[in-house]
Each structure stands twice: as structure tokens, then as C-alpha cells.
Design a protein around this ligand. Structure first.
Ligand code: SF4
Ligand code: SF4
Length: 387
């Protein structure tokens, strides 16, 4: 099995959109899908925090939308969405702060917050960690998933890129629960690869446009590490191969250093061997000359980060719903929508929330017609729960 990846040198940032269109056109003959037959195309950028360095650039997303427009795709069939899993923010709030929302409005594309809809309970064949899995409805429903990652170092996962960007398809606070199932870097790597396995098993039509214009280095990734210019972009349909090529451009040998790439490669979830990857556009050797050497976080650091986040941070910051009896009208809508069946409701009584079963999707809050449900971080008592 082989796959094709294009590498494009962004020689002048002003022409970034042309570079993106060129990168996609270099591989479009190999697409398994016909764009014109699709009616629900979803773009999934990396929206982590409201700083431009931490996110896929709005100009990148705009370049992909320009390509779709060039191919005659009706923008009514296209949406952009993500779920950052932070306590106090949403993807649309981040998009507004970095100028991405404006791009969506200008192009007539709707923006979706993945956690606003009831998550879908799914099964992942041969899952190692995520045996009880939920995915966002907009992702479940789309017929083409366009992945728009950015290469950054990552305190827990070593890097975030083409495979790790899919972690955002898990809605909202549910990510915290899944993080807690991966207590060591290796387990978290298996969880990330499980999530990627769901994508492969359920989304045969995919495209990745990989932002390597500026790459995040060092131990402060993925939020505030130092940025280095690579002035490159990659386009392909095999995410493992894309991550392998990105690391090779950064002169970093050995995908086994990155637990989720190691897990995905071991499970044949993509192409992990450079010899099976056909490069078009500029050559790998040319790209290596353009990009400075990539620096990964040390293993001791990722172990420490996993320990802290897995044992403490997610447990303490997990968002839980709190109901105010004064406002509640006992309608039962929260219990009806709860995908985890964590709310018991008997007519004419107040609903009872079972925090052990709650997956922090916050659908109950969205659906309550009387604003009787709020959220709060669980705080230090969360340390006594298993997740
Ligand atoms: S949806 Fe709101 S008002 Fe209705 S039972 Fe639940 S908390 Fe009460
Ligand atoms: S109780 Fe609310 S937040 Fe928890 S799983 Fe049910 S709907 Fe989601």
C-alpha cells in the first residue's frame, strides 16, 4: 500500500491561499471521493486557545474554502467546527478572537461548536483504551472530513499534528474523561490511536491540509512554545504518513518516540514507512533544507505532564452540571437528552444527577428551557473520583 503527499514551499505568505490550492491539486487525482457528490463537508481546524500560534491559521482555513469554491462546491454544504475542551471557552469564541469566525461569515460557511449537540455513542473495533466512546454529532454526520492540523510540541502527547488533531472530535468535557483513561504517555498514545481508529473505520473520505508555516517547539507546547518558521504545507489523505513526513522534514528520526504514532503504526492504522510514501511538489530533501531541526519535549517531561494532568488537573477541572431547584420546573427534558443516562427523573420531582455516570457533555445545560442548570469545575473533591 502507498499514499501520496504533496509538499509546498510557501515562498511568500501573501500567496498562502494559492499555495494551499496548489498543494491540494497536486494530489486530487488520487481522491477516493468526488467533491461534487458530497453534501456535508466539515473542516476541523486546531482551535486550542485564543492565540494565533496555538491555532490553525484563519488564512489556512480560507485557502481550503477557496479551493472548494474553485471546484464549484456550494458553501451551504460546508461547515467549520471544533471542540477545545477548555473549562470556559468554546471553539466559536476562539474563532472570533483569532479572526476565523469572520472568515466563515465572509465565505457563507456555518461555524459549529461540537459540544452543542448530543454526542453519539459509538464502538471502535479493537479499541485498547476507549472502549466506551462518544463522538460529536457534526463529525458523525459529515461525508468528508477535512483535517487542518498544525505541528506543535505537546507536553503529554509529545507532538500534536495530523492524528492528534482528531482528539477535538470528542465533544467538550468528555475529553477530560478519556484523558484520564490514559494515565501514562503510552496509554494516552493508545487512546489517541483508538480515536484515530474510529476515524479510519467511519470516515473513508478524508483530506488533511497540514499547517507547517510556523511550527511550535519546546516544552511549552501546544499553547505557548517558541515558534519557528518552516514556510511549508503538506496535503494528503493518510494522517500517519503525514505525521511521519512532518517529522522527517524536521530531521527527527523514529516515529516510535511519539506514543500515538507508535501505537497507530503497530496497529496498521496508516502508512508509517517513508518508503511507501510518494512525495510530490518539492522533494523531502528540499523541504529538510528549508526547515530548521525540530526539537521534541524530553520523555521525562511528557511522563511528568501525564502524571500531573492524569492524576490531578483533569479530575479537578472536570466540569459538572449543577441544578438550581428554584428555577427547575420539573419538565424532565435534561433526563431525556442525557446520553449517559446519568439523570434520574420521576414525574413531578426534581431530576437527580448521578455524577459517577456523567460524561460532562453538558447537553442538559443546553437543553434546559429554564436555565436551571449551570456548570462548575469539580474542584479538589474530584481527586477522590476515578475520573
Ligand atoms: S430541564 Fe431544567 S427545568 Fe427541566 S427538569 Fe431538567 S433542570 Fe429542571
Ligand atoms: S448529566 Fe448532563 S453533563 Fe452529565 S452526561 Fe448527562 S447531559 Fe451530559
Amino acid at each position: 500500500m502507498t499514499t501520496k503527499i504533496s509538499i509546498v514551499h510557501i515562498e511568500d505568505y501573501k500567496n498562502i491561499q494559492e499555495a494551499i490550492i496548489k498543494g491540494i491539486e497536486l494530489i486530487e487525482d488520487d481522491f477516493k471521493f468526488k467533491l461534487q457528490d458530497l453534501s456535508n463537508i466539515l473542516l476541523k481546524p486546531n482551535l486550542l486557545r485564543a492565540t494565533e500560534d496555538a491555532c490553525t491559521q484563519p488564512s489556512f482555513v480560507e485557502g481550503v474554502l477557496s479551493y472548494l469554491t474553485k471546484k464549484g462546491i456550494d458553501m451551504k454544504n460546508v461547515s467549520i467546527g471544533d471542540s477545545p475542551g477548555q473549562i470556559k471557552t468554546t471553539a466559536s469564541k476562539i474563532a472570533k478572537k483569532i479572526g476565523l469566525y469572520e472568515v466563515a461569515e465572509k465565505k457563507g460557511v456555518k461555524f459549529v461548536d461540537f459540544e452543542k449537540e448530543v454526542p453519539i455513542h459509538e464502538t471502535i473495533d479493537d479499541a485498547i483504551v476507549l472502549k466506551d466512546y462518544y463522538v460529536s454529532k457534526p463529525v458523525k454526520d459529515c461525508d468528508l472530513l477535512i483535517n487542518l492540523p498544525k505541528l506543535k510540541t505537546h507536553g503529554e502527547a509529545t507532538i500534536t499534528g495530523a492524528i492528534k488533531n482528531y482528539w477535538g472530535i470528542i465533544p467538550g468535557g468528555l475529553k477530560a474523561k478519556f484523558h484520564l483513561l490514559g494515565k501514562t504517555p503510552a496509554q494516552f498514545g493508545d487512546a489517541l490511536a483508538d480515536n484515530y481508529a474510529w476515524v479510519i473505520q467511519n470516515k473513508p473520505f478524508r483530506l488533511t491540509v497540514y499547517d507547517l508555516e510556523k511550527v511550535m517547539y519546546g516544552s511549552m507546547g501546544p499553547v505557548s512554545g517558541a515558534m519557528k518558521e518552516w514556510n511549508l504545507l503538506l496535503v494528503g489523505t493518510d494522517e500517519l504518513a503525514l505525521d511521519v513526513v512532518a517529522l522527517a522534514i524536521g530531521k527527527f528520526k523514529g516515529l516510535n518516540y511519539v506514543p500515538h504514532l507508535k501505537s497507530a503504526n503497530r496497529r496498521n492504522l496508516g502508512i508509517g514507512n517513508l518508503e511507501d510514501i510518494e512525495i510530490v511538489g518539492i522533494s523531502l530533501e528540499e523541504a529538510k533544507k528549508i526547515a530548521p531541526k525540530f526539537k521534541m519535549p524530553r520523555k521525562s517531561m511528557t511522563k511528568f505532564a501525564s502524571l500531573i494532568t492524569g492524576r490531578i488537573v483533569y479530575k479537578v477541572t472536570k466540569k459538572v452540571p449543577i441544578m438550581t431547584e428554584k428555577k427547575c420546573k420539573k419538565c424532565g427534558m435534561c433526563a431525556e437528552i442525557c446520553p449517559a443516562h446519568a439523570i434520574d427523573f420521576i414525574e413531578d420531582t426534581f431530576p437527580e444527577f448521578n455524577m459517577k455516570e456523567c460524561i460532562s457533555c453538558l447537553c442538559c445545560l443546553e437543553v434546559c428551557p429554564h436555565q436551571a442548570i449551570k456548570t462548575k469545575a469539580r474542584g479538589f473533591k474530584g481527586l477522590f473520583y476515578s475520573y
